[in-house]
Write a protein that binds this ligand. Sequence first.
Ligand SMILES: Nc1ncnc2c1ncn2[C@@H]1O[C@H](COP(=O)(O)OP(=O)(O)OP(=O)(O)O)[C@@H](O)[C@H]1O
Ligand SMILES: [Mg+2]
Length: 300
Amino acid sequence: MALMEMHHVAPVIRVRNVHKSFQNSNKMFKALTDVSLDILPGQIVGLIGASGSGKSTMLRHLAGLTTADLTDNSVTVLGRNVQSAGVIDRNIRTTRANIGFIFQQFNIVNRLSVLSNVLVGSLGRIPSWRGTAGWFTTAERMQALESLARVDMENFALQKASTLSGGQQQRVAIARALMQGAEVILADEPIASLDPISARNVMEILARINREDGRTVVVSLHQVDFALRYCERIVALKRGVVVFDGSSAAITSEMLHDIYGEKFSETCMEEKTFTSNQSICIPLEGTGMRAPESAGAMVS
Ligand SMILES: Nc1ncnc2c1ncn2[C@@H]1O[C@H](COP(=O)(O)OP(=O)(O)OP(=O)(O)O)[C@@H](O)[C@H]1O
Ligand SMILES: [Mg+2]
């Protein structure tokens, strides 16, 4: 996209001045403080930050699954109001139909077949009686198979979902979001429960649907190396405050130390490969992953 054009592109996700407080045993706790963001169509954004920094809370606000404090704030997605001043929009269902939400724990229906799990993605746009009766058209079944093919799972269509590995289940969850026709995909630590190979596989699929379809992806990740490798833009939260928002190429290890504090070493596989002015992250053994070029030389 030409730079000139960029200024005229309406953000697909627009967050303004969001504050979120929780009442924890009579004490108010601020989970998000004055968060504002614009995410442009087709971006893939990595949401990073230590445990408890507010990543899940942030993503839940974007989907209208949590309300912000009753201050002057707003969240819009695809030009539609999700919530403003702490009140969820009355037409949130319409907006949510365009938002795919991928969870760490896969969220697929174990007793159903893989294909049926994907067909669930169409429930937002077909009459509810058809969904209840499990009556899907041939075209819908074909589309579900195509969605499965995009995540390399078409050969599992008739298998019961409970028999799949975690990585396979997560791919089915992505196929369901494709079936749903989600223009925006929010993924909350989609790879946290996966082994490195499956994790890479799932991230590659998310990156591919972002690149090929232009779907906007916001993905929270514990592993910084995955975020830097797959996301062009990083938003970092620290105790509910956005402390970095920019190109992943601009992230330095000093910044990561600041973002994660003492927990920094937990965010990568091998701490010993970090030095303050050298590589940020290391290749994951056996996965063929590389740290981004901009991160500088890698330490062997
Ligand atoms: N429903 C809730 N009630 C009270 N406090 C909450 C609630 N949900 C989240 N919090 C608090 O808000 C803060 C942010 O939580 P959140 O789950 O968004 O963090 P996170 O960055 O996703 O962490 P993790 O990496 O562990 O998933 C935490 O301190 C958490 O305890
Ligand atoms: Mg979380």
